[in-house]
Design a protein around this ligand. Structure first.
Ligand code: HEM
Ligand code: HEM
Length: 185
């Protein structure tokens, strides 16, 4: 049996698929969240963006929870041996920061909408009850968290993507751990 069969060098195919679906969705959610609140948007366009954002955010929450559950049974492959220790630690911190901020964003968005007494169409169609009471102060607090946490999320994404591109150009075997999104690559 080869060493690679015992210690895989790539993330599992399902992990890679989850990573790229999540990444695409996050990259879409942030501008939609900002643009949908701008003055002067047509009502129908604004409603559509809100529906996309709220329901997309709930799907993202489910995807992140699925990723964390899947991670607990399919751990990440060990880091490439040539990587300096500080880079391994930095990548670890940023990646867990990303998971944390995605949870903060999705949960605060959910609470802001539900405590404000607004619908989340997909969950309503599935008859999922609200997990938070209707409360204006709670909705306001969640809104403040949602609005401010985005800066932390964007900063982490910039560091993460910057480091990933640096590795991709250096062709040092880090980027190919998560690429391609499906198949053996
Ligand atoms: C924008 C949203 C993104 C999020 C939230 C995100 C999140 C993550 C997380 C949490 C991991 C760790 C996987 C795990 O062990 O569970 C990871 C790995 C990785 N991501 Fe992203 N990612 C995003 C976008 C990108 C982009 C655009 C690129 C490439 C340009 C990229 C490249 C990578 C690479 C190369 C790894 C593997 C790093 C390693 O082997 O340690 N990511 N990403
Ligand atoms: C990871 C998932 C999410 C990301 C990255 C995200 C991102 C954003 C961003 C960047 C804004 C603009 C904030 C501002 O301009 O102050 C925003 C606004 C908003 N988001 Fe999200 N969001 C997510 C999940 C959700 C969810 C799950 C909901 C509701 C179910 C939601 C509901 C809202 C609402 C209603 C606004 C408008 C601001 C307000 O009235 O509070 N978001 N979002």
């Amino acid at each position: 049996m080869s060493a690679d069969a015992i210690r895989p060098v790539k993330y599992a195919s399902f992990t890679r698929l989850l990573h790229w679906v999540t990444a695409l969705m996050v990259v879409g959610m942030i501008p939609i969240g900002v643009i949908m609140q701008q003055d002067g948007l047509e009502r129908a366009t604004q409603d559509f963006m809100f529906i996309l954002h709220k329901n997309g955010g709930v799907i993202l929450l489910v995807l992140v929870l699925a990723r964390l559950l899947w991670r607990s049974v399919t751990p990440a492959p060990p880091p490439p041996a040539h990587l300096p220790h500080w880079q391994v630690k930095a990548a670890f911190t940023v990646q867990w920061g990303l998971y944390l901020m995605l949870l903060v964003m999705a949960i605060s968005g959910y609470v802001r909408v539900r405590a404000g007494g607004f619908p989340i169409e997909m969950l309503d169609a599935l008859n999922v009850p609200s997990f938070v009471p209707q409360s204006d102060p709670l909705a306001e607090t969640a809104q403040t968290i949602h609005s401010n946490a985005r800066f932390v999320l964007v900063a982490l994404i910039l560091v993460h993507v910057g480091a990933a591109l640096r590795h991709a150009f250096a062709r040092d075997g880090v980027f190919s751990r998560i690429w391609p999104p499906v198949g053996r690559g």
